[in-house]
Design a protein around this ligand. Structure first.
Ligand code: HEM
Length: 221
């Protein structure tokens, strides 16, 4: 068991399982955020539900652990790959056998990490964290969201971050199934297709919110 844990297959397995866990989380997170389209009452009610639901309270530390494990293993695997392959392949040779996103998973991950840090300090700290520590949470999460994305600089940075997530998922989704071993000729094509659909839905869903806020700000409802 400890051999599997320390082997490269074991490390990849940890990456795939933690990645798949984060993939499920992203869908739930997107579904929650789409309540924005229901207006202030619907969005605030969803946030209140998240703040008080015991299952969500248990899942918050589990989710944090999922991120920590994924990032720690990503760093170990990337450093190992770098030292194992100090001489870089010629760009044209690499391009033929792999996609741009598959060669830049760590860089994309670092950009995602930036979004995560901002997200935590800006939204999560003002909404959920206050309930955990008995502080004063924002009265209206909806207002916080709208005011945040009404700033075009923040909205554009956010969109760039989500695009990095999009590329990470386009590769990560099917790669995870390949790691698990569900990668015969037929299934790998299906996973690749599902990866494109999933990554598009997640990216389009998250991007649509700041775009909607900006459009309403410019042109009204
Ligand atoms: C919501 C956020 C994230 C999701 C849903 C996600 C998902 C995934 C998935 C499913 C994989 C494929 C695993 C495999 O090939 O078996 C993966 C790979 C990877 N992820 Fe993430 N990830 C996220 C955030 C991050 C972050 C923050 C980092 C780093 C700072 C990162 C770095 C990597 C790297 C380097 C790989 C490729 C590892 C390898 O060489 O096999 N990811 N990710």
């Amino acid at each position: 068991m400890s051999k599997l844990w320390s082997s490269s297959i074991g490390k990849k397995l940890v990456m795939s399982l933690s990645g798949l866990f984060l993939i499920v989380f992203l869908l739930v997170h997107l579904a929650a955020n789409l309540f924005y389209y229901g207006g202030p009452e619907a969005y605030n009610a969803m946030c209140a539900f998240m703040d008080t639901n015991p299952f969500i309270k248990i899942m918050v530390p589990v989710l944090a652990l999922g991120f920590v494990i994924h990032i720690a293993w990503a760093t170990v695997i990337t450093l190992k790959n770098q030292t194992a392959r100090p001489v870089k392949y010629k760009v044209q040779d690499l391009g033929k056998s792999s996609t741009w996103e598959s060669r830049n998973m760590y860089v994309l991950g670092i950009i995602i990490l930036g979004m995560l840090a901002w997200h935590l300090t800006h939204f999560w700290a003002e909404m959920q964290l206050q309930h955990f520590i008995g502080g004063e949470a924002t009265d209206s999460p909806y207002e916080l969201l709208v005011q945040t994305f009404a700033n075009p600089v923040i909205a554009v940075l956010y969109i760039i971050w989500v695009i990095a997530l999009w590329f990470h998922l386009r590769h990560g989704f099917w790669s995870a199934f390949q790691t698990i071993g569900l990668d015969n000729q037929i299934w790998i094509r299906r996973w690749q297709c599902a990866a494109r659909v999933y990554a598009f839905i997640v990216a389009a869903g998250f991007i649509s919110i700041p775009v909607s806020v900006l459009l309403i700000r410019c042109f009204g409802k």
